[in-house]
Design a protein around this ligand. Structure first.
Ligand code: FAD
Ligand code: FES
Ligand code: FES
Length: 496
């Protein structure tokens, strides 16, 4: 990352024009800054990442010397985090005298009524319009499948992945005309400036310091600098994708005297599939991992499409999901079933901890003051049979009532090893150890699955809350095991 020490001279390229961000505050969101500066196309519907009315496109490195237009929620992103970067808002899509193709299709197919959601839909749709390989490759959500059905195979004849719109809500038009608009899009035409921009690299975020009355926002250039700052300011909040922190700032009024952005630190950005381990840097986003792994970790491939929305996954990181230590976070059950370990770093050095030892209580972990998560490591080989079930009220962009991840190794018809991770049924995500014992050493039969399901239904200490009753949660645990067995048996019958 380029290092520069700046206070009060920050800039963002917005719709091709450099704009000064001087005077920005540590907690001002990109949405607030855009609207205050007269770019009121991006709307605030919820200020918590749920509606997509605030979507904009950010130029992000595409992993091969080019640029990928990536749609994100501007309501969650601190504007200081965009210093040195390029963004496009709904105002920047059209060219003088000509609407953008997504605007043409939305207009012609009746995809907009009151129009409040439309700028956000247009930006999410444009990012997918510019996705390289759209139409020629099978996107990861298709490769993964979900729950043994093809419910996730939601692609238009033009390769448009409807998941691109999973974070955008419309209250009045109805989604069919919007989908029709998306599926009618062709390829970018010659002379399309945003398409051409993809061929040049993008710099990525720059090291930044914003000192303002509401706090200091620092983007350090290196991990050493970051952990040094954390040692100096143990009260600092570490921010990666800001999809949780942004909600805290907007809805809970949280402020921190020091905010340290770690999302661009190269030491946290690696993703590598080695002979013995899959290494995922803590600041790798869910979308980046989904693309880079391309189904090579099937449990995660099953998880990705069910995690929030594309807009959130484009910013949400593994480190952030584990950093919140939420009992209903989706990656912990999957990573527990994968026997993952965490690499932690502080100014005193690095240490490793098994994920099963990481959570110590409700939103409490073994992380010491001044320590952060550097990476997640998944040992190889993976258990051949696995599944991730998320039970929630909505299929997309919803929080788990219960999550269950199961990974088993069956040899000669006998379960040799079993790992079961569960979420939403205790103060922390858990390994369902009694269920694992009920499976291990047993023949992989309907009787074993039924017995294990009964045990799984008794694991954890589920509670009644507005998402689900304790009884429902236990029942869902049981069902997850039965469905796992049934899907496996049907899958094998279909092959033979
Ligand atoms: C609309 C919406 C839908 C969501 N849906 C889901 C969902 O389906 N499933 C789900 O699990 N979550 C969901 N979330 C929650 C959130 O997106 C995830 O927890 C995400 O992974 C957080 O990552 P982040 O990088 O944005 O974290 P941030 O917001 O940047 O940080 C979150 C917390 O983690 C800490 N942190 C960040 N990185 C590190 C690190 N490397 N080391 C130590 N601490 C760190 C921060 O200090 C902060 O306390 C949703 C959120 C929203 C707004
Ligand atoms: S305003 Fe609703 S997602 Fe940002
Ligand atoms: S057109 Fe009114 S909310 Fe979508």
């Amino acid at each position: 990352m380029e290092s520069r020490s700046v206070t009060g001279r920050l800039s963002i390229t917005v719709n091709g024009q450099i704009r000064d961000v001087s005077g920005g505050r540590a907690h001002t969101t990109a949405l607030e800054w855009l609207r205050e500066g007269g770019l009121s196309g991006s709307k605030e519907g919820c200020a918590e990442g749920e509606c997509g009315a605030c979507a904009i496109m950010v130029a992000r490195p595409d992993g091969s010397d080019g640029t990928a237009w990536t749609a994100v929620n501007s309501c969650l992103l601190p504007v200081a985090a965009l210093d040195g970067q390029e963004i496009v808002t709904a105002e920047g899509l059209a060219t003088p005298g000509a609407l953008h193709p997504v605007q043409v299709e939305l207009a012609e197919r009746g995809g907009s009524q009151c129009g409040y959601c439309t700028p956000g839909f247009a930006c999410s749709m444009a990012a997918e319009f510019y996705r390289r390989g759209r139409g020629t490759s099978v996107p990861p959500t298709d490769a993964a499948g979900l729950d043994g059905t093809d419910a996730n195979s939601e692609h238009g004849p033009n390769g448009f992945d409807l998941h691109a719109l999973s974070g955008n809500l419309c209250r009045c038009t109805g989604y069919r005309p919007i989908r029709d608009a998306a599926y009618a899009l062709g390829e970018p035409e010659a002379g399309d400036v945003l398409a051409a921009r993809r061929d040049r690299p993008t710099a990525g975020p720059t090291a930044t310091v914003v000192t303002a009355p509401d706090g200091t926002f620092i983007r350090p250039a290196t991990l050493a600098e970051a952990v040094g700052l954390l040692a100096e300011h143990p009260e600092a909040v570490v921010v990666a994708g800001s999809t949780d922190w942004g909600v805290d700032v907007n809805l809970r009024g949280r402020r921190s005297p020091v905010v340290i952005a770690i999302d661009a630190l190269s030491e946290l950005r690696g993703l590598d599939v080695g002979p013995d381990v899959v290494h995922i840097g803590a600041a790798v986003t869910l979308s980046e991992a989904e693309r880079a792994l391309a189904g090579r970790v099937p449990l995660l491939a099953g998880l990705f499409p069910q995690f929030a929305s594309r807009l959130i996954r484009n910013r949400a990181t593994f480190g952030g999901n584990l950093g919140t230590a939420s009992p209903i976070g989706d990656t912990p059950p999957a990573l527990l079933a994968l026997d993952a370990r965490l690499v932690l770093a502080s100014s005193e050095g690095r240490r490793e901890v098994a994920l099963e030892d990481y959570f110590t209580g409700y939103r409490e972990t073994v992380l010491r003051p001044g320590e952060l998560i550097l990476a997640v490591q998944i040992p190889l080989p993976l258990a051949p049979l696995c599944v991730f079930h998320k039970i929630s009220k909505r299929r997309f962009d919803d929080i788990s009532s219960v999550a269950v991840a199961i990974a088993i190794d069956v040899q000669n018809g006998v379960v040799r090893r079993a790992r079961v991770g569960i979420g939403g049924v205790a103060a922390t995500p858990l390994r369902a150890r009694e269920t694992e014992q009920a499976l291990t050493g047993q023949p992989w039969t309907g009787e074993t699955a039924a017995a294990a399901a009964r045990v799984l239904g008794t694991e954890g200490t589920p509670m009644d809350d507005h998402r689900a009753t304790a009884r429902y949660r236990s029942a869902m645990l049981e069902q997850a095991m039965l469905k796992f067995y049934s899907d496996d048996t049907q899958g094998r019958e279909a092959v033979s």
